[in-house]
Structures are given as structure tokens and as C-alpha cells.
Write a protein that binds this ligand. Structure first.
Ligand code: KMH
Ligand code: ZN
Length: 274
């Protein structure tokens, strides 16, 4: 049986310390949250950068400082910078972490509403530009699909040669503007993927845990972390380590084993860490 790869989305761009003081802003806070997640069993850290005051940034040098510090504390974990950043950022801003040649990065596969007046812009040409950059640099894209049409877009770009197999998707559910965080929509999206693709499931707020569990039962992988959900139970703040530890316990109760970062690289057909 294939092992479960836990991704921890430790920081995000939309959540703040006012909402939950465990959201990391400073380098020390990033290291604390990344290490607690990796020590608990996360194989992948999905990373959004912030300045010390909490402002989201895609600044290449800030990413370098954060990645170097996390790498020192977590020598083997897969660090997956976001190229989504925050709504309103330009492509040039968002692409900066790819200049650091990370082994993996998120690749968002469609434009969508993102709550209120926010629009998360990912035109076809932008996706082609981001995918081509990742292909050139040997960066494994994590194909973030917030709706069924994003999967169709990704597959169109696979057929045109911009995205190469083996494919790894992240089905993101429950964003205000994307597919709903329901078992029905998860099943629909999962069955819209090529059968041989690997997939992770992310869901927002109180839907995170049940849909993470569904993902594991369906042969997929869960993404937890404060980017998607701030609370352990209703009204009780979480930190990243606790969220990962809970998934590890549940996975083991389900008879599943947890992939180490090295095993995750094998499952995702990525080269070993240099
Ligand atoms: N912050 C969202 C607008 C990604 O990391 O690639 C986009 C996002 C996706 O979080
Ligand atoms: Zn993200």
C-alpha cells in the first residue's frame, strides 16, 4: 500500500496573527512552525513568505532566507514555495521563488473569484509561462486546482507539452469562488484526474479534517496547516504541528503509513534531494 504524504501549508497569505497567533511572520516563527510540522510527520512544507510585520511577499531574497532557515532545521523535508502568492500580485512578483530552483512549487491552474472583491488571476498564458519556467528549471509543479475547469486546463497544457507527466495535483476545496468542500465535489474532481496521477486534498476551515480523511481513504494525500484552517476544534486555535500530529494518528488508525520526505520523493517520482 502506498504511503500517505502529508503537506503542511504553514503560513498562507490570507491568514493573520490577529486570527491565530501561531501564523508565522518572522524567520524564527517560520522555523518553529515548519519544524513542528516536519517533526510530526509532514513530508512537504507549502510555503508563502511574509515580512516580519506579516505582509505577504514573493520577494526572492526573503524566500531564500526562509528556505535556508527551514532547511537547516528540517534537513530532508520537501520545501514547496507558492507561486500563487496573494491576490493582486503580478506574474513577475509571483515567479521570484522559482529563481531559487526549489525542487517543487505550486502552479495554479485557473482564474477565479477569491471572496469579496478579490480575483485570483491565472490566465492561460500565465499558466503557460509559469509551467514553462518550472519545466526549464526542473521544478516539479504541484497543480493547484480549485475547480473542475482547472483540471481541464492543466490537462490541455499537458497535451500541449507545457506540463510533463508524472502529474501531481492539489484539489483545493471550499474557497469562496471555487468548488465546494463536499464529498460530492471531491469525488467529481478526483475522477476528473488521470487515474495514474497522484493527488493531495486541501479544504478550508472546518472542512479540512473530514476531506483530508476522505483523501487518505481514497488513496490520495492530505494537506493540512494554518493556510487553510486556523482552528483545531471550533473556537480553539491550532498550530501546524498539532494539525499534522492529528492526521498522523488518524492515518495510523486507518492502517496507513506516513511517507518520509525521501519516500514522498519516490512516490511523486522526484529525484532524491541533492
Ligand atoms: N493565496 C492564494 C491567492 C498557491 O499557493 O499557489 C493563492 C494560493 C495558491 O495560496
Ligand atoms: Zn498557498
Amino acid at each position: 500500500m502506498s504511503k500517505v504524504i502529508i503537506t503542511a501549508a504553514i503560513s498562507g497569505a490570507e491568514v493573520t496573527q490577529e486570527m491565530n497567533p501561531a501564523v508565522p511572520y518572522t524567520v524564527e516563527e517560520y522555523v518553529r512552525e515548519a519544524k513542528s510540522a516536519a517533526d510530526a510527520g509532514a513530508a512537504i512544507i507549502h510555503l508563502h513568505a511574509r515580512w516580519d510585520d506579516g505582509t505577504p511577499t514573493q520577494d526572492r531574497d526573503r524566500f531564500k532566507v526562509l528556505i535556508d532557515a527551514i532547511r537547516e532545521a528540517c534537513p530532508t523535508v520537501i520545501i514547496q514555495p507558492s507561486t500563487g502568492g496573494a491576490t493582486g500580485m503580478t506574474s513577475e512578483e509571483r515567479l521570484q521563488p522559482t529563481e531559487l530552483n526549489p525542487e517543487m512549487a505550486s502552479l495554479d491552474c485557473g482564474t477565479m473569484n477569491f471572496g469579496g472583491d478579490e480575483i485570483f488571476v491565472n490566465t492561460e498564458n500565465m499558466i503557460i509561462e509559469f509551467a514553462s519556467r518550472m519545466k526549464e528549471r526542473g521544478i516539479k509543479p504541484e497543480l493547484e486546482c480549485f475547480d473542475k475547469s482547472h483540471i481541464d486546463m492543466a490537462m490541455r497544457l499537458v497535451r500541449r507539452g507545457y506540463i510533463e507527466e508524472p502529474l501531481h495535483f492539489n484539489i483545493v476545496l471550499g474557497v469562496n469562488g471555487g468548488a465546494a468542500a463536499t464529498p460530492r465535489d471531491l469525488l467529481f474532481m478526483r475522477h476528473s484526474l488521470p487515474p495514474e496521477a497522484t493527488f493531495t486534498v486541501s479544504a478550508v476551515g472546518r472542512h479540512q479534517l473530514p476531506l483530508n480523511v476522505m483523501a487518505m481513504v481514497m488513496g490520495g494525500h492530505p494537506r493540512t496547516g494554518l493556510e487553510d484552517n486556523l482552528q483545531y476544534t471550533r473556537g480553539v486555535n491550532a498550530n501546524n504541528g498539532e494539525l499534522v500530529a492529528r492526521l498522523v494518528r488518524i492515518a495510523r488508525e486507518l492502517g496507513l503509513e506516513i511517507a518520509t520526505p525521501e519516500e514522498a520523493r519516490e512516490i511523486l517520482k522526484m529525484p532524491p534531494l541533492k
